[in-house]
Design a protein around this ligand. Structure first.
Ligand SMILES: [Zn+2]
Length: 344
């Protein structure tokens, strides 16, 4: 039998599902503001998983992943507890901004403090009410504005439990990172909680493949933790490959960028992956791939300044296998047009 869980002022008993509104700094119009949380406490015991999104207020794919997750039928047979936080940075979402109104990055403000900046206070609230009540976590992100990321999981893969969850998630690309950056991931790890970061798509956009792959990944992790029943696998299992390293290709000149290279494309060292030209000049600068690898991030804004990061290329031992799996997943998950009904 599972135990009750207390979040904010609300007690959620085994077998109950409740919405908890955690108060955050009110607006200066004197309007109250809350971080919305939905807690599903299973009848039977098991792990307690938080799934959070929009810690950067303009990153929306995760908001939709959580909305679909909360409607999923398998939650009726939940073991343990699911704590869903679709919008962590409520202030940022209101302003369609990555940051808080104090211009701080919430994901650089953990573990925070109740007497610190607005960002530090929200971080501290999240640690106290969400992380302290969890045994595992998944934080959902996208690229920044105008920047698109190939779906990838970033985690501390040197920790065996975190690594097995990262592999269960099922993105072809895994990035090993153990940063000291004030992120939620670092703070959760310090509290002994294995945490994954899913990174897919672009800020202020919905990306259907990224959303479907993210939802599927969260469900895979829940199955591997024994929280929901296993299902018969359809199709081949994704064999995730860890990037050996990754590098950003920066603009050597300011100008107009043209590139036909898509995310997931396989590139070889020296390949021309873009061209930068000035609007009135006939000369062009070729942008070349610095290494053999896969394109895991790129800008979509054709206007670039010298020094700007244009392409993110990751190196793998098995480049061909990653490229094939990315291609296969995209074919499988791409909505066959038109999307009339809401997919599950
Ligand atoms: Zn982010």
């Amino acid at each position: 039998m599972n135990s009750p869980i207390n979040i904010g002022e609300v007690r959620v008993s085994p077998g109950e599902r409740k919405i908890v509104n955690l108060p955050v700094a009110r607006l200066y119009t004197h309007t109250d503001l809350y971080m919305p949380v939905e807690v599903i406490n299973g009848r039977r015991d098991g792990p307690s998983l938080f799934v959070s999104a929009a810690i950067h207020g303009d990153e929306l794919n995760g908001v939709e992943i959580i909305r679909r997750l909360l409607r999923h039928s398998s939650l009726k047979r939940l073991h343990g507890t699911l704590i869903a936080v679709p919008v962590v940075n409520v202030h940022g979402l209101l302003h369609r901004s990555r940051y808080l109104p104090d211009r701080r990055d919430l994901n650089r403000s953990f573990p925070g403090s109740d007497r610190g900046s607005l960002a530090a206070r929200i971080a501290s609230l999240f640690m106290r009410e969400i992380v302290a009540n969890s045994t595992h976590g998944i934080d959902l992100h996208t690229g920044a504005i105008y920047r698109d990321n190939l779906p990838q999981v970033r985690a501390n893969l040197d920790d065996p439990e975190t690594r097995s969850l990262a592999e269960a998630f099922g993105t072809p690309v895994l990035i090993n990172s153990d940063l000291r950056d004030g992120s939620l991931r670092e703070a959760a790890a310090e509290s002994g909680i294995p945490m994954l970061l899913y990174e897919a798509g672009e800020a202020l956009r919905f990306d259907e493949v990224a959303i479907r792959l993210g939802l599927r990944g969260v469900l895979h992790v829940m199955r591997s933790l024994g929280m929901i029943p296993k299902v018969k696998r359809k199709g081949p299992r994704v064999q995730p490959v860890i990037a050996q390293s990754s590098t950003w290709v920066r603009a050597s000149e300011s100008g107009i960028l043209w590139s036909g290279h898509k995310l997931g494309a396989r590139v070889s060292r020296g390949d021309i992956i873009g061209r930068i030209a000035a609007p009135l000049m006939h000369s062009e600068h070729a942008v070349k791939a610095p290494v053999d690898g896969i394109l895991i991030g790129r800008t979509h804004l054709p206007l670039v300044f010298e020094g700007e990061a244009l392409f993110h290329v990751a190196r793998f031992k098995r480049v061909a296998s990653v490229a094939e799996q990315v291609e296969a997943l995209h074919q499988e998950l791409e909505p066959s047009p038109p999307v009339n009904a809401e997919p599950d």
